[in-house]
Design a binder for this molecule. Sequence first.
Ligand SMILES: *Cc1c(COP(=O)(O)O)cnc(C)c1O
Length: 351
Amino acid sequence: MSTYKTAPGVEAALAGYRLPEKLGFGLSTAPVMFSALYANGAWDEGELLPHGPVEIWPGARVLHYAELVFEGMKAYRVGNDTPSLFRPQANYQRLVRSATRLAMPAPSEALFMTALTAITRACTPFIPRVSGQSLYLRPFIFGTEPGYQIRPSLTARFLVIANPAEVYSAGPMRVSIERDDSRASPGGTGTAKTGGNYAASLRATQVASERGYTVALWLDAGTRQLIQELSGMNLFAVIDGTLHTPLLDGSILEGITRDSLLTLARARGLTVVERPMRIDELLEQIRSGVCTEVFACGTAAIVSPIELLGERDGTEYRPRDVDVVAASLREGLLAIQERRVEDPFGWVQPV
Ligand SMILES: *Cc1c(COP(=O)(O)O)cnc(C)c1O
């Protein structure tokens, strides 16, 4: 861990914090955050600060040109006194890939790990010890240089904020198949964890929600047939007893939960298939019963069951099973994350 500054007020902020009774997901914010600044081609050492508003120039490039990349990860403290992170290097590598796609500077791995370690250690007393609960960590980088010239920002800020949280759960999800808007295409920013992808998804989410659905399902921009992912989660289907998920085609986010589930399922002897998945074929397989279950995954929800997929015209497709394979994989992954079982994959990293 490299050295960093600690601002006045951090101790008081930590001492004054109480875990709320209802945690929710992102409802309560940890009392400290980590901040590092980039200027003249280098990052400073970073500082642990009380959580609070940050100053930004109104002309800052993030506010106009969406120069922003982020990560989402969790620190767990269920089975042990000391907290642990889950595959933090994978998050770091993805943050670098995201930043590279947007021509933004990324912190060194040492600075990234210092920030996560500093926050996690400071927040240890209130990392929940109930299974399913954790400290959600949100590292992000944004371009701070004011100006309208279209070129990468010369200054940036790296922040990590955190939230003691429950598993994000919307219950069995009702998925709205989005046939009009598109979110990402090969060569675009779909593989980067960046705010613009979310901005592009909001209208479909709003329409879906007005129609009683939980989330939108994205299809490829070219043929509108290939399944991509949900707005913030990757998709899986159980077809004929095997596990299928869309191939990483250069337009979907490489989910760390997705990758972990593939590894876990293979280790359990399940056949896993990464391939281009056509929506009309999947719907037919749900109708005929060949596809028995569909679910989604991501750090926040881990594994989230899907109850139905629906079209704009009201046609609905309900897989026979809801949360069967999904529940088993969720419990398997969560047990490793929470250190309730041996971690055969070297994923868990004590802090
Ligand atoms: C973060 C994210 C995911 C899930 O990735 P995890 O690493 O599993 O949390 C999936 N899709 C999108 C668009 C995302 O931003």
